[in-house]
Ligand binder design. Structure first.
Ligand SMILES: [Zn+2]
Length: 512
C-alpha cells in the first residue's frame, strides 16, 4: 500500500452508478455531468461515473466525464467478462485519471444460482479480467461480489490472485447489507492477516444499507485498516441504498481522536451536493437525516436552546457552516437588483454568465412579484427550473395553461405546448381532477402512451405563498422516468413536471 495513503480516507462516490440503480431514478447525460461537476467541487477522490457496457448513453456520459472532469479519478464498472472490460478500456483509457473497476461474485450462493460456475472457473475469470484491463489502464479495482457471505478462505486466495494480476485496490462489498460492524470489521482484519500481498493494494469497502448498518459497517472497516469507502451522498443506491458518504466523512472529521485519519473533502460543499442530488433524482431528504436533513442543526427544546445560546458546543458537535447547511436565512426581495442576485447565486455555488443572468433575473422578478421573500431554497428551486429548461431546449415546453375546477364542475384543462419544431399546439381535455385533466390534455398533444406512476407535491419553503415543487414519475416500457417542475401555482408546476418527465424520457431514449 502506498504509505502516504495510510492516514487518508479515500472517498469513492458511486452516485452515478449504484445511485442511478435506485428504483425510480433515471439520469440524462446532462444530469450526470452536472453531478460530476459538483462531486469535483466536493473534492471526492474517485467518481464511479457509470457502467460503460450497459448502454451507449452510459458509455458516452462516462467518457465525457473521464475526459473533462479534472481532479478525481474517474472509474467505470465492468463485469469480469471480456466484452465489458473492452468497453471499459475504450471508455476511459484516454481519460485524465482513469480507473477500471471489475467485479464478480464469490459467494457459493451466487456461484450456484447466479453464475452457475464452480470456484476454479470464477477464479480464472477474475484473474483474466484484471490482467486484460491492466494492459491499458494502470489503476484497477477488483470487487468480489457478496464477499460478506462468502467463504473467507476462498476470498483471501482470490484477493491475492487479483493483486498479483495487477489490482491496485481491492474492494470488499457487503452487497446485500447482511453484515454487522463487529463481523465486518473482523472480515477486514482477516483480509489483512491472510492475504500475503495485501500491502500492495488499498483495501476498500462497499456497504449496503438493508439493515441500516452501511455507515456503521464502513466505519468499522476503517478501524480495521480499510482506507477507501464507497457510497453515495444521501445514501442512494440499490434497494435501501449505500453508505451515506457525508455521514462517514463527518464521523471521521468530528472524531479524529478515534479514527486518526483525515480526508481531502471540502465539507462545506456537502449541503450543496446533497441538495443537487436530491433535486436531480427527485428523492427528498428526510427532515431528521444526519448531516443534511433540514432539522439536523435545529434546536427546539427550551433547555437545549438556552444552553446552546450560552455556549454552542453544549449541544452542537459540528458547526452548520462546516457542512454547508443552508439554514433559514431570508436574503432577497422584490427590490433586490441583478448584482445582489448574482452574488447570492455565486455564494450558493452557481457559476452564471451575463446572458444567463438576464434570463434568471427575469424569472426571479416574476417569482418576487408573487412571493415577498426569496430564500436560498427558492433560489435553488429557481436554478433547477432554469437548468431543466436549458437541458430540454428543442423539446416540449409549457406555454399557456388554463384550468377550470371546483366542486361544482368537471375539471377541464386547456394547454398550449411549444413543440420541438418550434410550432405550438393547443388541446382541451377533462379529467377526474385538475392534474388528471392537465395530463390528459398534454397526452393528447404528445401521444406517447405513458403511465403516470407517482405524483408528489412539496413546498420549497414554509408559508402560504411558498413555491410548490412537483415530482412526477412516469413509466414507459418498464422503465421509470422522473420529471420535476416548480411554480407558485401547483397545477402549473404539475404541468411542467409532467412535460419534463416526457422530455427526459425522450432524451434518455435518444441517447441509448
Ligand atoms: Zn452496490
Amino acid at each position: 500500500m502506498n504509505t502516504k495513503n495510510r492516514d487518508k480516507l479515500i472517498v469513492f462516490d458511486t452516485t452515478l452508478r449504484d445511485g442511478e440503480q435506485s428504483a425510480g431514478a433515471s439520469l440524462t447525460s446532462q444530469d450526470k455531468f452536472r453531478i460530476a461537476g459538483q462531486l469535483q467541487k466536493l473534492n471526492v477522490d474517485v467518481i464511479e461515473a457509470g457502467f460503460a457496457a450497459s448502454s451507449p448513453g452510459d458509455f458516452s456520459a462516462v467518457r465525457k466525464i473521464a475526459l473533462e472532469i479534472e481532479g478525481p479519478t474517474i472509474c467505470t464498472l465492468a463485469r469480469a467478462v471480456k466484452s465489458d472490460i473492452d468497453a471499459a478500456i475504450e471508455c476511459v483509457k484516454d481519460g485524465l485519471k482513469p480507473r477500471i473497476h471489475t467485479f464478480l461474485s464469490v459467494s457459493d450462493i451466487h456461484l450456484l444460482h447466479q453464475m452457475k460456475k464452480d470456484r476454479e472457473s470464477i477464479m480464472l475469470m477474475a484473474v483474466d479480467a484484471v490482467k486484460r484491463a491492466k494492459e491499458f489502464v494502470e489503476d484497477i479495482e477488483f470487487s468480489p461480489m457478496d464477499a460478506s457471505r462468502s467463504d473467507p478462505e476462498y476470498l483471501y486466495i482470490m484477493l491475492e490472485k487479483a493483486i498479483d494480476a495487477g489490482a491496485t485496490t481491492v474492494n470488499i462489498p457487503d452487497t446485500v447489507g447482511y453484515s454487522n460492524p463487529k463481523e465486518f470489521g473482523n472480515l477486514i482484519s482477516g483480509v489483512f492477516k491472510n492475504v500475503s500481498n495485501i500491502n500492495k493494494a488499498i483495501v476498500s469497502v462497499h456497504c449496503h444499507n438493508d439493515l441500516g448498518m452501511a455507515v456503521a459497517n464502513s466505519l468499522s472497516s476503517l478501524e480495521n485498516g480499510a482506507r477507501q469507502i464507497e457510497g453515495c451522498v444521501n445514501g442512494l443506491g440499490e434497494r435501501a441504498g449505500n453508505a451515506a458518504l457525508e455521514e462517514v466523512i463527518m464521523a471521521v472529521k468530528t472524531r479524529p481522536d478515534h479514527y486518526g485519519i483525515s480526508s481531502d473533502i471540502n465539507t462545506e460543499e456537502i449541503g450543496a451536493t446533497s441538495r443537487l442530488i436530491s433535486n436531480i433524482f427527485g428523492f427528498p431528504i428526510q427532515y431528521n437525516k444526519a448531516i443534511t436533513g433540514q432539522n439536523a442543526f435545529r434546536h427546539s427544546s427550551g433547555i437545549h436552546q438556552d444552553a446552546y445560546l450560552k455556549e454552542r458546543t453544549t449541544f452542537e458537535i459540528m458547526h452548520p457552516d462546516e457542512v454547508g447547511w443552508r439554514g433559514d436565512a431570508i436574503v432577497l426581495t422584490k427590490v433586490s437588483g441583478r448584482a445582489g442576485l448574482k452574488s447570492r447565486l455565486e455564494y450558493l455555488g452557481y457559476k452564471i454568465d451575463d446572458e444567463e443572468l438576464i434570463e434568471i433575473f427575469k424569472n426571479f422578478k416574476n417569482l418576487a412579484d408573487q412571493k415577498k421573500e426569496i430564500t436560498d431554497q427558492d433560489l435553488e428551486a429557481l436554478m433547477s427550473e432554469f437548468h431543466r429548461e436549458l437541458d430540454t431546449t428543442e423539446r416540449f415546453k409549457v406555454v399557456d395553461l388554463d384550468v377550470i375546477c371546483g366542486n361544482k364542475q368537471n375539471p377541464s384543462s386547456t394547454i398550449t405546448l411549444e413543440l420541438p419544431n418550434g410550432k405550438t399546439k393547443t388541446s382541451t381535455k377533462t379529467g377526474t381532477g385538475p392534474v388528471d385533466a392537465v395530463c390528459n390534455s398534454i397526452d393528447s398533444i404528445i401521444n406517447e402512451n405513458i403511465t403516470l406512476t407517482e405524483f408528489a407535491v412539496s413546498s420549497v419553503t414554509e408559508g402560504i405563498d411558498a413555491l410548490g415543487e412537483v415530482t412526477i414519475r412516469i413509466e414507459k416500457e418498464g422503465t421509470i422516468y422522473t420529471g420535476q417542475g416548480s411554480d407558485t401555482d401547483i397545477i402549473v408546476a404539475s404541468a411542467k413536471a409532467y412535460v419534463n418527465a416526457i422530455n427526459r424520457y425522450l432524451i434518455i431514449q435518444s441517447s441509448n
